[in-house]
Structures are given as C-alpha cells and as structure tokens.
Design a protein around this ligand. Structure first.
Ligand code: SF4
Length: 295
C-alpha cells in the first residue's frame, strides 16, 4: 500500500458541532477500499484522486499526538467522514486503534462512522473512552436486502451483519445508531425498504436512525455512480438524468411520504431521528474533562 505524509490530521468542524456534536474531523487514510458505488467522498470537492486506491498517512499518529496535546478543548473527534476507519487495510495497520489509544490518553471524545464489524476489535478502547468523554458510533445501512447491498457496497459486510453489529455495540454499552444514508432513488426509496430498516433497527435496540431521505450526486461521484448503474441496471442512469439532470442534492421522489412514514414509525418505537435530540442524548452523561477544559 502506498504511504503518504501529512502535515495536519485534525481540523475543526466547519459546522460548529451541529453535525452529531462533532468538534474535530480526522481521516487517517486517504481513499477507501470498500467500493460503495454512491460514495460521496469521490466528489471533486475533496480532491482525492484514485479514491478506490487507499493510502495510509504514515506519520498520522505522531502528528495526532502533537495536535491532541495542543488543543484546549477536549471535544469529540470524528473518524471516517471521507474514508471508513475500519477499511480492509486497518486490520493489519491498526492506525485507527492507535488513534483511539491517543484519544483515550488525552481524554477526548469520539464519533465513528463505519460499515465494518472490525470495530468490535476496539471495544476495550471505546468502553474506556466512554467512561471519560462522549462516544457515538454510526453504522451506515442503506438497505435491509443483503443481495442489493452486495451490489452497491461490494466489499462491505452484509446488512444483516451490520444490524447484528449495532446490537452488539449497544449490548456493550456503546452509544450506537444507524445512518440511513444515502437513500437511492429507484433502488432503496420504497416503503418496504425504509420500514424494514426501522424494524430491524428496533430489534437491534438502535438509539437513533438518521436520514436525509436522498443522495448527493456531485462531479466525479456522479460519473462513478452512473458507470456502476450502467453495469448493474442498464437504463436506470437515464431515469436519473431525466429526473435530476445535474442537481447535486437528489431527494427521493416520494420524499414527503417516506419522511412522514419514517418519522412516525421511529417515533412509535422511541427511536431518535432529530439531530439535536441525538446530540443531547449521547452527550448528556458526560464529561468531566470537557467541563474542566472549559474553565
Ligand atoms: S465505506 Fe464510506 S468512504 Fe468507503 S467507499 Fe463506502 S461510502 Fe465511501
């Protein structure tokens, strides 16, 4: 695997902490090996060439330690907004594990987005971090259908395993929910798919399900997605073009109906869906360190 050097690792969240209460973003890898056909990180905004060819930032932990030492505010550090931190290479490289050890050492919180049950390897660290600061895990699930998941997320574990992963994390006391994103027009934007995800999420005792009920299609990301559709579902690309043309934000065609169904069903099962409520819920028990650093 190619290795690259980096000058910085952590960046302050440009959305305040309105997105899942995240204070700092961090990506230990460049690119991702999971091959999801819809991946937003392929868009040109992020300037990641050869996205599917993953590279590791070889001096990442060294830089991270210096940055953690220098931050006055021990906020929540996000892993994996542009690359899954438990990608296929992490098992050997253990960069994510190393970063979690540093997060624990310096008393920060953590937010992790993943589709992999390799995260269970690091349960010891997640539990230890939970005792001193906030932890939130988002398991990304786009369809309840394992066969469809295999097509659109070819190197990721099945959706069934991801529901089981949510359950295991919750049973181990780790605050975990489901990121139902993206919802793909013509493929996963139907009542049955959304309902099944909520039902299976409820069975896994998910704390929340968060969705925007749509997808993005930006430059580069769109080209990759359309090429994959041509292979998997010939003719479907033309439907996208006729409905969305060059739009970047593509809400599902039945947006209102599906959103209402989603909100009602989650409310019935007491599953959180609102961003502010999720942030208040996972941060409410915390954190001595945050309070101390504020003063
Ligand atoms: S796991 Fe996430 S970052 Fe990796 S290809 Fe899939 S959507 Fe992109």
């Amino acid at each position: 695997m190619e290795k690259v050097k980096t000058k910085t690792i952590m960046t302050k969240s440009d959305q305040g902490n309105r997105w899942f209460g995240i204070d700092y973003h961090m990506n230990l890898y460049k690119g991702c090996s999971f091959g999801c056909i819809y991946c937003n990180s392929r868009c040109e905004t992020y300037h990641i060439k050869n996205f599917d060819q993953i590279r590791c930032k070889e001096n990442a932990l060294e830089i991270l330690e210096e940055e953690l030492k220098s931050k006055g505010y021990k906020g929540v550090v996000s892993f994996g907004t542009l690359s899954d931190p438990y990608n296929l290479e992490e098992e050997n490289l253990q960069l994510t594990r190393g970063a979690l050890q540093l997060i624990l050492k310096y008393g920060f919180g953590v937010s992790i987005d993943t589709k992999s049950d390799l995260i269970l390897r690091d349960l010891d660290l997640l539990k230890a971090i939970s005792e001193v600061n906030s932890v939130i895990i988002k398991i990304s699930i786009t369809t309840p259908d394992d066969a469809l998941a295999k097509k659109i997320e070819p190197k990721v574990i099945s959706s069934s395993r991801r529901f089981a992963l949510v359950k295991t994390l919750i049973e181990n006391g780790i605050y975990t929910g489901i990121l139902l994103h993206p919802v793909l027009p013509f493929l996963t934007d139907n009542e049955d798919s959304i309902t099944q995800i909520i039902e299976k999420g409820k069975d896994a005792h998910t704390k929340f399900i968060y969705t925007k009920m749509g997808m993005t299609l930006r430059t580069n990301q769109r080209d990759y997605y359309y090429a994959a559709l041509d292979q998997l579902y010939p003719g479907l690309k033309e439907d996208y073009i006729s409905v969305y043309n060059n739009r970047h934000i593509c809400n599902t065609l039945q947006y209102r109906y599906l959103m209402e169904l989603f909100l009602n069903k989650c409310s019935e099962y007491h599953i959180l869906t609102d961003m502010d409520a999720i942030i208040a819920d996972y941060k409410k028990v915390i954190p001595k360190n945050e309070q101390i650093s504020l003063f």
